[in-house]
Structure formats: structure tokens, C-alpha cells
Write a protein that binds this ligand. Structure first.
Ligand SMILES: [Zn+2]
Length: 461
């Protein structure tokens, strides 16, 4: 079977269908939510658009209350699921041709959603359409499941799988080729310092300590306000010099304001950044602060001493990478004394034990740990038929090795019990998701469609 030829035969139709979908500004708008359109009319319109294509091409369609829907082909007990999404992030300013005015230029199709995830969705749809039109015998049903809330809260898949059968296995064309088969567990917690009853007078009183906005980022600025009659300029300068850091120090009527610069990075790899809060805490550590402030600073230095949880004794590693820990948001003042902790751990790590360790260490410093969000790890074994089949198809069509990838983030594929992320961004292609002038190379779109067609056939035959 020449899958690519089959795709090329349908190239113009594929592009036309994709353009129609890209014209719909399917951004979440809950202010206009109504029955069967929980995410607003534009998202609903995108779902209806896919149903129209499905009916035109002879698929069974199912609307799951406007949260999601599927297009189905084939017979059998079991289901192969292809999990896509139709919602997009807001456009932002500065588009060359307009975010919802899909334009083909220089071999690319440019529009919001071209890459994430309407282009890959249409590639997968044409993959399924080709399998259907070739009349190939299948032993399983294939469902293209289109979610409508991937960019926000994933309410789409939660609602969908409440009502519909979980596929035996499947893939999500919403990330990278070749195959992402392992995703770390994600833990978000807040450490709150308990009040210390101690009315002692000290030379240095920590009034506030502030850093960061998001738990999943390494903070790039930290500020501390310190009340004292002592002179600290020289000491601060010496600290900056020693660590080749940048910062400022201002004095105003018995109060110092210290600002430390770090380097922002995503919490998936905190070592790519420099934690400004940790750095600033290092300057404050040797000062005899008030007891509450002192314990806070000691704790910050202890917990975030390294990005692998070694100082806490919670380190873990396997072929999917190291456990990482990030301190993203620090708030210390009269009303609040907190630090957030974002932990990403490999699937073999016994996380409950590690969490208990962290809890105990926190308590010994006078901190309480509260869980805000916990997403367990997701992993499909290397020798699982799903992974083996997709790898074979990818290698046959591209001539490249299908290396398995593990990531610290979470892809849509984890909504499937046995699911992997499979494209549609090829290795080396620029990741333009969520950016202005988002695009997809038309050649990549066609290559992806051919890979999806064969993958669907091989998984469902
Ligand atoms: Zn996406």
C-alpha cells in the first residue's frame, strides 16, 4: 500500500477541509455557555464542523453533550482511539494574515490551531478516511475523539469517558513524533509556615520575602524587605560578587529592600534556570533574623538546595529521567508565609513514601504541606503492541529510528488508559504552538496523514 500516494490524491480536499476548520475561532468562552455548548458557541461550531465532515464521508457520529464527540468507523468489540482537540488558545496580536484567516504561503499553512491541534486532527481524520475509502477489513472500531477543552481544564475528556467506552489503546496527535510513551507524575503542593510564638527583639527583622508568580516556573526575581539599624551594603555586594549574581539594595529609614535577579526556566528542568528566591535566601541565611523569618529562610535553603530532591532524600530516577523539584512562588509577610513546591517524578518512583518524607522534613521546620494538584505518572511499556506498532509504522515511512521519549510535562495522551502521544511535530520542526503566526508545514501535514492512515490500519486490522 502506498499510503503517501493515497494522501497526495486527496491533498486539495484535505487542505480545504482544514481551512474551513481553521476559520472557526474556537476559543473557550464560558460566558456564552448554553446547553450542549459548555465551552461557548465557537467551540460548538468547530465540533459541528467535524460532525458535518463525518456525515459527508459516511462515519457514525456521536455528540457527548458538546464536551467532545467522536467519528467512528469499523466493527468489533474493541476500540482504537485517536484523541484530538478542536479548541484553540486565544489569538494574541501581530498576526501577518489574521489568526483565523488560514493562509498558504511558502509551503506552510498559517493560522491559530494549524499546529495545535487542528492540523494534526485533520491529518488523523484523513488517515481514517483513507482506511475507510480503501475498504480495508478491520477487526476493531476506530474512533476519532475530538475534545473541546484541552487548552483549559480537560473537562471534555472527563465527561467523554464518563459516558463512552475507554479504547483498548490509542494515540494523541497533539505533541511530538516519534512517540512519547512516558510522562512523569506531577505534584503541586503548598508549604505553609506555622506561626511561632516568640516575641524576641533582634537586630534584623524580616518584613517580607516575595518571589515568583507560577509554581511551574523557576522565579527570576526575588525581593526581601528587612528592618535593621545595621549596615549591609558591603556584605550584599560581596555576596553578589561571590556568586556572580545581579541584585540591588536600597535603604530607607531603617528598612532595606534587597532585590536579587535569577534566571527563569520551566520547572521541567529547573537547572536551566537560577532560582532567585534561593539565591536571596542564601544572603539572608547568616544574619540573625527574628525566629519566624530565620526558620523560613533556613527552610527555603534546605528544600531547594538542589533540583533533584537530594537534600530531602527523595531523589529518584529511571529511564524516563530524574525526579525534579522546583520552588516557584514564595510569599512571606504578615498574612501569609508560604512556598510552593512542584515535583515531577519518574513512573517507577514510589511517590507516596517520598511525599511522606517531605511532609516530615517540612514539619521539623515548622511547615505544613498541602496538596493542590496531583497527576500520577503515565507510562505505556516499550513492548506494548501499541508502541511496537506505531514505532514500526513510523520507521517504515520516515526511515528514521522511532526513539521513545519521556517528558516531564503532561500530554493529552494520558487521558487514554493505554495511550501515547504520536506526532504531529516532526523532530527538528519548530514548535510554534500557542505563538503568533502559528503554522504547519504542508509537507509535514501530508507525511503525518500517511503515517496516521497506516497506523490506524495496523492497530485496527
Ligand atoms: Zn494541543
Amino acid at each position: 500500500m502506498n499510503w503517501r500516494q493515497e494522501v497526495d490524491n486527496r491533498k486539495e480536499a484535505l487542505l480545504e477541509d482544514l481551512k474551513g476548520l481553521l476559520q472557526i475561532p474556537s476559543i473557550l468562552d464560558e460566558s456564552k455557555a448554553a446547553p450542549n455548548m459548555p465551552f461557548g458557541p465557537e467551540v460548538r461550531q468547530a465540533l459541528d464542523y467535524m460532525f458535518d465532515l463525518g456525515e459527508r464521508d459516511g462515519f457514525k457520529t456521536k455528540d457527548v453533550s458538546g464536551y467532545a464527540g467522536h467519528l467512528e468507523y469499523g466493527d468489533g468489540e474493541e476500540i482504537v482511539g485517536i484523541l484530538c482537540h478542536l479548541d484553540v488558545v486565544p489569538a494574541g496580536d501581530g498576526w501577518t494574515y489574521g489568526a483565523f484567516n488560514p493562509t498558504v504561503t511558502n509551503g506552510k499553512i498559517v493560522a491559530r490551531g494549524s499546529n495545535d491541534d487542528k492540523g494534526p486532527t485533520m491529518a488523523a481524520y484523513y488517515g481514517l478516511k483513507i482506511v475507510k475509502e480503501l475498504g480495508l477489513p478491520l477487526s476493531k472500531r476506530v474512533r476519532l475523539i475530538a475534545g473541546c477543552d484541552e487548552e483549559s481544564e480537560w473537562r471534555c475528556v472527563r465527561e467523554y469517558f464518563k459516558q463512552e467506552q475507554m479504547p483498548t489503546y490509542g494515540f494523541a496527535p497533539d505533541a511530538d513524533f516519534p512517540i512519547i510513551n512516558a510522562e512523569k507524575g506531577l505534584y503541586d503542593g503548598v508549604l505553609t509556615q506555622l506561626p511561632i510564638q516568640h516575641a524576641q527583639l533582634t537586630k534584623y527583622h524580616l518584613i517580607s520575602f516575595t518571589s515568583g508568580e507560577r509554581p511551574n516556573m523557576v522565579p527570576d526575581v526575588a525581593t526581601a524587605v528587612l528592618q535593621t539599624d545595621e549596615v549591609l551594603e558591603e556584605q550584599f555586594e560581596a555576596y553578589l560578587e561571590k556568586y556572580e549574581a545581579e541584585g540591588t539594595c536600597e535603604w530607607d529609614k531603617g528598612t532595606y529592600t534587597f532585590t536579587m535577579k535569577g534566571k527563569a526556566a520551566h520547572a521541567m528542568e529547573p537547572d536551566n534556570g537560577i532560582n532567585a528566591a534561593y539565591m536571596l535566601a542564601g544572603f539572608l541565611l547568616p544574619l540573625p533574623l527574628d525566629i519566624q523569618g530565620e526558620r523560613y529562610i533556613e527552610f527555603v535553603r534546605h528544600v531547594f538546595a538542589d533540583s533533584r530532591g537530594i537534600s530531602l532524600g527523595i531523589e529518584a530516577t529511571d529511564e524516563t529521567g530524574d525526579l525534579t523539584i522546583n520552588g516557584g512562588v514564595f510569599r512571606y509577610h504578615d498574612e501569609e508565609r508560604t512556598a510552593t513546591v512542584n515535583i515531577r517524578y519518574p513512573y517507577t518512583a514510589k511517590f507516596e513514601e517520598r511525599l511522606q518524607n517531605l511532609r516530615e522534613i517540612a514539619l521539623s521546620f515548622g511547615f505544613e504541606l498541602k496538596t493542590r494538584h496531583h497527576m500520577p505518572p503515565h507510562h505505556v511499556a516499550e513492548d506494548h503492541p501499541l508502541v511496537k506498532t506505531l514505532a514500526e509504522v513510523y520507521e517504515r515511512q520516515t526511515g528514521e529510528t522511532a526513539n521513545l521519549m519521556a517528558i516531564g510535562g503532561g500530554t493529552y495522551a494520558r487521558s487514554l488508559e493505554a495511550g501515547v502521544a504520536f506526532g504531529a511535530l516532526f523532530p527538528g520542526a519548530e514548535d510554534v504552538a500557542h505563538q503568533v503566526d502559528e503554522y504547519m508545514e504542508i509537507e509535514d501535514l501530508l507525511r503525518a496523514a500517511a503515517i496516521y492512515a497506516e497506523a490506524i490500519y495496523e492497530l485496527a486490522k
